[in-house]
Design a protein around this ligand. Structure first.
Ligand code: NDP
Length: 506
């Protein structure tokens, strides 16, 4: 461990008081109906940083009622695209104003580095601005070709009341990949953040209110997946659920939503491969592999946790990746120089460790790490940068989401073999290829079973570009113009012009 780059506790101060988080229901900040609360312990510092209202069925019922009424009364759905865009732009400005505050609480609750949290909040306000631009482009179709006495219109309408359920790994960014698009479409919402990261969603609620969102349009219920998430999924007054998280919970949501046949949009896990050909810019590829696997401590649906390297360069590539990994600053997330922070919970740390130990027991070789990381001065949990080679594609470490700073290394000989390895997966979120040959890159892009393909880069994202997965990585798309379409229904209006209708009964 001594040759790793560890950042000890920084000067940055912990809060004097924990963040107090309450539900936002019908424009009011409320305690739970039964008065219960829960604490969030910082994964890096080990102290309580948030005290939150712990929601139950009655709180969800009140929030859904408010969202339903706001929608049915047209408080938001019947405003013009211009009005909605103006409000979303105001919220984007408020997010920029509060960037440091949001990033601070995001870091304390999630354990991610403050510099990364700052970048994410900047990215989030950009998404709000992009969604605002879409609010004014929402339109349907007209059919002037149905005959001289007929006109067909396809109206685009908001889906209705949407339940938004988000995870702990990118709390502010992920809610910003859903909420502004739902609002741009004219929907009303009930949001449940992960119980591990409620604070920044509550701040976002404050900003929505400050910007002037009408009461009942944005509601937030804090608490656990069961009973809060389950009630938000099963309630028949909810028209759609949009969820980001594990594939297991995604499947449970599909089953629960089937009872009322609501629309479901899912962004789930990934086991994302990067394939490296010998003709690649190897220096850049090594850096991208290191970034891809350690970014957000690997707790990332887009984690590049599986690399597939050509046999001819595998040994040199592995050595370069191990060497660069040692230089990555792991440690105190409040220190601006840190690139990798804490692991979300002790249980999750044990889960990561088990994947590595099981792989070693099954014959894989641990080239770096494979253990907890001690960060002087910090009581939370951290995991060492870890690289496991000689991995076979049937090992759990090669097939399942480890969700930690753990890289699996496989090798290939031919393009066909590489594609076979890439597609031999239950997931299909993203995939990457490294080669200076454009034909190799294009063939890879066309044959990889993935929602996103990166060529000679990794994890670049843009508000304009849709994001989502195939196979067990989900259904539906976020971002881009597709991000708005998710929250729209098509209504057919068929109009007769003049008294030309022939009677059915003579
Ligand atoms: P979950 O999928 O369990 O949690 C995501 C969100 O869903 C949370 O808000 C959670 O609430 C809520 N939830 C849980 N159960 C239900 C339910 N039955 N109905 C409705 N909502 C529910 O993720 P975990 O936090 O348990 O992480 C487990 C694994 O999931 C990770 O190890 C990782 O592999 C994967 N994951 C993938 C993510 C991604 O971005 N694709 C994000 C997070 C996790 P609560 O937290 O209160 O239980």
């Amino acid at each position: 461990m001594s040759d790793l780059n560890v950042v000890s506790i920084s000067e940055a101060k912990l809060p004097a008081e924990p963040f107090v988080a309450r539900h936002l229901i019908d424009g009011d900040w409320r305690q739970s109906a039964d008065g219960s609360t829960f604490d969030r312990v910082s994964p890096s510092h080990g102290s309580v940083v948030t005290k939150a209202a712990k929601g139950g069925a009655r709180d969800v019922d009140a929030a859904v009622s408010a969202a339903r009424l706001a929608f049915d009364k047209g408080r938001w759905s019947r405003t013009s695209g211009k009005e909605r865009a103006t409000l979303l732009l105001k919220i984007a400005d408020l997010i920029d104003r509060e960037r440091e505050r949001i990033a601070y609480w995001e870091t304390l609750e999630s354990g991610k580095p403050i510099s990364q949290a700052m970048a994410e909040i900047e990215g989030a306000s950009d998404i709000w601005r992009f969604a605002a631009s879409l609010a004014r482009t929402m339109h349907g179709e007209s059919y002037n070709s149905l005959g001289s006495d007929m006109l067909g219109l396809v109206l685009k309408e908001p889906v209705g009341v949407v339940s938004i359920i988000t995870p702990w790994n990118f709390p502010f960014l992920i809610v910003s990949q859903k909420l502004p698009f739902a609002l741009a479409a004219g929907c009303t919402v009930v949001i449940k953040p992960s119980e591990m990261t409620p604070a920044t969603t509550v701040i976002l609620g404050e900003l929505c209110i400050e910007a002037g969102i009408p009461a009942g349009v944005v509601n937030i219920v804090l608490g656990y997946g069961d009973p809060v998430g389950t009630a938000m999924t099963a309630d028949k007054r909810v028209d759609m659920v949009t969820f980001t998280g594990s594939t297991g919970v995604g499947k449970a949501i599909v089953k629960a939503a089937a009872g009322t046949l609501k629309k479901v949009s899912l962004e789930l896990g990934g086991k994302n491969p990067q394939v490296i050909f010998p003709d690649a810019d190897l220096e850049s590829a090594v850096d991208a592999v290191v970034f891809g696997v350690y970014f957000n401590a690997g707790e990332c649906c887009n984690s590049g946790s599986r690399i597939i390297v050509h046999e001819d360069i595998a040994e040199a590539f592995l050595k370069a990746t191990v060497d660069l990994s040692r230089k990555v600053p792991f440690g105190d997330p409040l220190d601006p120089s840190t690139k990798v922070g804490a692991i979300i919970t002790p249980d999750h740390q044990s889960k990561i460790d088990k994947y590595v130990r099981d792989a070693a027991d099954a014959g894989a070789t641990v080239h770096l790490g494979g253990e907890a990381l001690t960060v002087p001065g910090l009581a939370g949990q951290f995991y060492q940068p870890t690289i496991v080679a000689d991995v076979k594609s049937d090992m759990p470490i090669a097939r399942e989401e480890v969700f930690g700073p753990v890289l699996s290394v496989l090798t290939f000989k031919t393009l066909d073999e590489a594609i076979e390895l890439v597609n031999d997966a239950d997931y299909g979120l993203s995939a990457g290829v490294w080669s200076e040959n454009v034909h190799t890159c294009l063939e890879f892009a066309r044959r990889a079973h993935a929602g996103t393909v990166w060529t000679n880069t990794w994890m670049d994202g843009f508000a304009e570009m849709p994001f989502g997965g195939v196979k067990e990585s989900g259904q539906g798309r976020e971002l881009g113009k597709y991000g708005l379409d998710e929250f729209l229904e098509a209504k057919t209006v068929t109009m007769r012009i003049g008294k030309t209708r022939a009677p059915w009964v003579a």
